[in-house]
Write a protein that binds this ligand. Sequence first.
Ligand code: AMP
Ligand code: MG
Length: 408
Amino acid sequence: MNPVGKPGKTGTLMPVEQALQQLLAMAEAAPIRERNTLPLADCDGRVLAQDLVSTLDLPPWPNSAMDGYAVRLSDWTGEPLVVSQRIFAGQAPEPLAAGTCARIFTGAPVPEGADCVEMQENAVVHADERVSFTEPLHVDQNIRPRGQETTAGELVLTAGTRLGPIELGLAASLGHDRLDVIRRPRVAVLSTGDELIEPGLPLGPGQIYNSNRRVLCSWLTRLGCEVIDAGILPDDLEQTRTRLASLGAVDLILSTGGVSVGEADFLGIALREEGELALWKLAIKPGKPLTFGHFRGVPVIGLPGNPASTLVTFALLARPYLLRRQGVQDVEPLRFEVPVGFTWPKPGNRREYLRGRIEQGKAIIYRNQSSGVLRSAAWAEGFVEVLEGTTLERGDRVNFIPLSEVLN
Ligand code: AMP
Ligand code: MG
């Protein structure tokens, strides 16, 4: 991707793609299959559970793309034509009488026999109300053919499509008032750390406010998940066991914190006792430590606790995992190449997701890229992806992932 750069040492760190592939494979092994049949209005953000095949031609008849006059081309010799009917959208016209034209409006069916619509701007209405045209006419001009959008039997949306305003509009245009969607994934969110307290309470010595909980609960809701907010979990083995056991039937336990090297790893111990655990050191920055395991059969993803690390690992790993659990194929965010407006002199051994913006066509980055600084992301429009082992000169090209691609 990037032409500049020397190979860097990745040591034993797991590349981001490999972690993603493993997570997606595990998601495929645990698909959520239950469906809900819901009114269209409730389907926004959900995943379609059925193929949507058109049962009709759309539009069902040729219609006018303009306000103007419908004509049979061979009738137009330069002699003004009598207007034999007026056709508004929603009306069913008569066949066009020979030697006449029809007044027609946008969206109205083109009458049988007409093969051309001329816009009213190129028409002259004479004193006797006959009409002539100032420009040459062409067959099919300004006519939207029958079946232009879709024809009966055509596959329009496939199962596994994430539904947004456009897909819902398409389903509505085909006459669907309800759709089968995958039921919402139930995700329990745990914030681990003795130092955490909730906003609204006075801050004691050594304490910080829990911000990850808000980030993840709001994000998961946008992502179409049902959130079970399990609050703060102290760094304590017994409480970790009890809390995990109390979560009940969820599709995923998502925790933050407590996965850094050197820290007493209570989540890890509890998972090893009653399930299994993989502890990954990822070639990702911010990020690096990530836990994947099961507790009594329920998948658990443990994200690193630093706010920017939580953000990046959720966006690039946990989010695709959750979408794939619902059968979404296209889980990776759009990336596009941009030139950089900064230099990157030291090659890193981890892939960096710098919080950046596009200014005058070039990527620039927030002044402080610490994993503890969430303001970097509030300022940013996206992630600037700097591959491991690369240096950058101004003008070199990198991938940019808009935050708007992942924050839903
Ligand atoms: P940990 O992964 O538990 O070692 O946490 C790494 C850093 O992230 C520490 O500075 C924590 O205080 C901070 N942190 C962990 N969880 C949260 C949270 N829920 N909200 C804000 N900061 C957190
Ligand atoms: Mg901690």
